[in-house]
Design a binder for this molecule. Structure first.
Ligand code: HGY
Ligand code: MN
Ligand code: MN
Length: 417
């Protein structure tokens, strides 16, 4: 095997093999609506992990799993230097798409398969990463394992996180029977590159091939517990009620106004809610709902935080409630590494790909990696910008272009920095 020189080589990934792997993975946890349901640490996640492990080992990688279940498939380099990491996540939303996260992990695998076929090695090792619980739908917050890997959260705090059914992250990890023996983080990384679908409409609308992600927008997640008083819907006079669901309705409307007041960059959502006792003839005594606000500028995000807290206080007053506001996550806007971005733009030029700088609306594990290593992201278009929906779709050409750009970028990083 010889080292890849920095030349204008014609090495390209195998487009059909990547596409076949994406569709094979999509069949695990496949939903009737054509999407994927492989929520973190479920049976479906376990089956997807096993398939990924088998593929990586068949490609000559050694696979290790850290204390929080993140998987690292390593291809050694000529020198024992800090590795270049490439990857994303295999876990999905309950009604997720086939490509969110999966594209970045399997494009990393395709990169290794392509190097093997070409008989090429690199100066630095390359590791493909599957981060545990990126989505944050089962265990909150999102990007949970990469946050701990980079020291943002403690290992114990993550292990003690519970899902809506009260099941503990650590117990679910043990139940999966993974050999989580690799220590969490604490090692140097040469660079991290994540390929991901845009999950928005811009690249497709502008007929572009790829996006160079310059900033990851900041976000704050909250849990809001509203406490009223359970009483009979038929016999409780309107002016004698402490209706938690009415308070929630006021808060949901106010959060939507906060998003509109900070548009077009800012967004604000209430997307999950639990009503107790949720009986049609009992005034709701308790409501638990989540708030998600995002903005690419820290000062605006701070304003949105103040607005959320004011709206929460107002809804308590308007419905005569008590309550609790819990900060689930506070992730500042993330600027990505300019040197890595320059390499991505240069290699896109060599490949003849049309691209543009773009801000990421969605959160990604790269947001945490950017704190400990030179990090950047590559976006592919996605059909009508649809994501976190079973109808999420990309073309094979978009996947191929993104994976070729990832290949060339990682080769530059593995051989030149
Ligand atoms: O919430 C997000 O942006 C990501 O999908 N976890
Ligand atoms: Mn994702
Ligand atoms: Mn997602």
């Amino acid at each position: 095997m010889n080292v890849m020189e920095r030349t204008n080589h014609n090495l390209r990934i195998n487009a059909d093999r990547l596409w076949a792997s994406l569709l094979d993975m999509a069949r695990i946890g496949g939903t009737a609506g054509g999407g994927s349901n492989r929520q973190a640490l479920t049976e479906e996640d376990a089956r997807g992990r096993l398939l990924f492990k088998q593929w990586c080992e068949a490609s000559g990688c050694t696979v290790s799993v850290d204390k929080l279940g993140s998987m690292f498939a390593r291809r050694d380099g000529l020198a024992d230097l800090p590795p270049v990491l490439v990857g994303s996540h295999l876990d999905t939303q309950p009604t997720g798409g086939k490509f969110d996260g999966v594209l970045g992990v399997l494009a990393g695998l395709e990169l290794i398969r392509t190097l093997n076929e070409a008989g090429l090695c690199t100066r630095r090792p390359i590791e493909i990463v599957n981060w545990t619980n990126e989505e944050g739908c089962r265990f909150a917050p999102a990007m949970l394992a990469s946050a701990a890997f980079t020291g943002e959260l403690s290992e114990q705090a993550v292990l003690d996180t519970r899902d809506a059914a009260g099941l503990r992250f650590g117990d679910e990890l043990t139940r999966m029977g993974l050999d989580c023996s690799t220590p969490l983080g604490g090692r140097s990384i040469a660079a991290y590159v994540e390929l991901h679908i845009e999950q928005g409409p811009i690249l497709e609308a502008e007929n572009l091939d790829v996006g160079f992600v310059t900033i990851g927008q900041g976000h704050r997640w909250y849990d809001i517990l509203l406490n009223g008083f359970e009483s009979h819907t038929g016999s409780t006079p309107m002016n004698h009620r402490r209706d938690a669901l009415l308070g929630a309705a006021h808060l949901i409307e106010a959060v939507n106004v906060i998003g509109k007041n900070h548009a077009p960059e800012g967004v604000a959502s209430v997307a999950s809610m639990r009503v107790m006792p949720n009986s049609r003839n009992v005034i709701a005594g308790e409501v638990l709902l989540s708030i998600d606000v995002r903005h690419p500028v820290q000062a605006r995000l701070d304003e949105m935080d103040r607005d959320v807290r004011a709206a929460y206080a107002a809804c308590l007053k308007s419905a005569g409630l008590t309550g609790t506001i819990i900060d689930i996550s506070n992730c500042p806007p993330v600027p990505f590494d300019s040197n890595v971005l320059d390499i991505i733009r240069e290699e896109a030029g060599h490949l003849g790909l049309k691209g543009r700088d773009i801000v990421s609306g969605a959160g990604h594990d790269a947001f945490h990696l950017a704190r400990i290593a030179p990090t950047a992201m590559i976006f592919t278009p996605c059909r009508d910008g649809i994501s976190h929906n079973e109808a999420e779709d990309i073309t094979q050409e978009w996947a191929t272009n993104g994976a070729n750009l990832l290949l060339r970028t990682v080769l530059r990083l593995a051989n030149e920095i």
